[in-house]
Design a binder for this molecule. Structure first.
Ligand SMILES: [Zn+2]
Length: 476
């Protein structure tokens, strides 16, 4: 089993200037719902509040490579959609049901089940494109006008549905929320017209981002069959009921595109192999079967990476090293392989070895977030907290809403016996995890400790005021 970054997540930030990824409007014959700047800020704030609350109730999966992959894919799709997404936050939910959601303001959630079930990248992209279609058409806002229910109610229902599904949610919470869960369906169930719109716009986004439109009908029929024969209802179907009509519509529409685009990418296959290992999902990936596949096709990279993880799972680290060495000899700069190699070192409790590999890789690829986070982790495990700050401090600016960065900083400052550093990092971390009051207390203490450094003290006071303002707004 791959050793996991422990999970914790979350965000501070006042409003940074949202970058607009909107391209020309792709709506045809639809009313135009231009967002005002004020709407965008309100969406941003609500989406972040949603995320903090989600982190209170639900343990999220955190893996730097997986998150990085989902970020790249989502930015690519958002760029080709009519959605204005400031600063996307991607979350991976340890839930085996097929589902994904997008919240206006820039939060995208993906269930592990979606990746498990989507055999190629275009199928995953098809679902995300559809969700972005709902956002670009302001479907939630529109339903709200129709029914008089607020966006908060929608987000609350979404939150409840995720918490109930979550492996870590406690039974009491789930029970207490069952009434709300009933409402979820009502809230999320889109009208047929909304589904059609999101399908059409989603397919445009998919094609424009270079994917094969056939992925839409293919994935729909797959889900529909699963629901029929296995009796397992993917979550996506509850909220986005699939009818024969929808499948037929999307089949026809896909045929109209001459350019077929691509179905898959090596990136997706490698990421999927990694996720299956993390989920401890064998998926026919036993050592013998994988060796046979590699005998037939020695350059089957996803199979060899799966073999590395399968061998690690059996604690056969020597063989795992042999296999990752084969991949690295041929593709020395592929981050997936460098990190898998570090995974082996860390599983064997050899952080110094991992650190050396990662530092060398960072010389060639200094901007890689995954490599930086791994290097910082290896350094801290090797009792070199000061070294890990070289990577973590820049990340705390570029990824201010990433709780894993703050969590790593807390550990690094603790090793440095830097009490003020610990308090400031912990405050950010707590705030992102929905513990705003605790964050304020830590900042109070930090202000006292910083009293001999006026400019630092002023900075911390400002941050405290910002967080307090957000908390106060949300209490209203
Ligand atoms: Zn839908």
């Amino acid at each position: 089993m791959l050793r996991q970054f422990s999970l914790l997540l979350l965000a501070a930030l006042l409003i940074s200037t949202p970058k607009s990824y909107a391209t020309e409007s792709t709506t045809e014959n639809l009313p135009n719902f231009e967002s005002s700047r004020a709407d965008e800020i309100a969406d941003y704030q609500l989406s972040r509040q949603f995320l903090r609350q989600l982190r209170v109730s639900t343990a999220l999966r955190y893996d730097p490579l997986l998150i990085n992959y989902l970020e790249n894919l989502s930015y690519r799709l958002a760029f080709h959609s009519a959605v204005t997404m400031p600063n996307l936050q991607l979350i991976l939910i340890p839930d085996r049901r097929i589902n994904a959601f997008a919240v206006a303001g820039g939060v995208i959630g993906v269930n592990e089940g979606l990746i498990l079930y989507a055999e190629n990248e275009s199928e995953l992209a098809a679902v995300l494109g559809h969700e972005l279609g709902h956002i670009s058409q302001h479907h939630y806002a529109r339903s709200q006008e129709n029914s008089g229910k607020s966006t908060m109610l929608y987000l609350g229902a979404l939150l409840a549905s995720i918490a109930i599904a979550s492996v870590n949610s406690d039974a009491g919470l789930a029970l207490g929320m069952s009434a709300q869960a009933a409402m979820v369906q009502d809230q999320l169930a889109h009208s047929r017209q909304h589904e059609r719109e999101a399908d059409r716009i989603g397919m445009k986004t998919l094609v424009s981002a270079g994917f094969n439109p056939e992925a839409v009908p293919n994935f729909f029929s797959k889900m529909e069959k699963q629901a029929r024969y296995v009796g397992l209802m993917p979550d996506f179907l509850l909220t986005h009921p699939i009818s024969q009509e929808r499948i037929a519509d999307s089949t026809l529409r896909a045929r109209q595109y001459k350019e077929k685009g691509r179905d898959n990418s090596l990136e997706y296959q490698l990421i999927r192999a990694r996720l299956l290992a993390i989920m401890n999902q064998k998926d026919g990936h036993q050592v013998t079967a994988l060796r046979q596949q590699l005998h037939d096709n020695p350059d089957n990279q996803p199979a060899r990476l799966s073999l590395v993880f399968a061998l690690m799972d059996k604690e056969d680290f020597a063989s795992a090293r042999t296999e990752i060495a084969v991949l690295l000899a041929k593709y020395p700069q592929r981050v997936d392989y460098i990190i898998a190699s570090a995974d082996i070192d860390l599983a064997e409790n050899k952080p110094a070895l991992a650190l050396k590999t990662l530092q060398e890789a960072l010389l060639l690829n200094p901007d890689s977030v995954s490599l930086s986070l791994y290097a910082a982790r290896a350094a801290t495990l090797n009792q070199q907290g000061k070294l890990s700050l070289i990577w973590l401090e820049p990340l705390s600016h570029s990824r201010q809403e990433d709780p894993i960065v703050w969590q790593a900083l807390i550990e690094a400052y603790q090793q440095q016996l830097d009490g003020l550093g610990v308090l400031r990092a912990r405050a950010e971390y707590e705030f992102l995890l929905g513990k705003g009051e605790k964050a304020l207390k830590d900042l109070d203490q930090a202000i006292v400790m910083a009293k001999n450094n006026y400019s630092l003290m002023a900075k911390i006071e400002q941050r405290r005021a910002d967080i307090q303002e957000i908390i106060a707004l949300e209490k209203k």
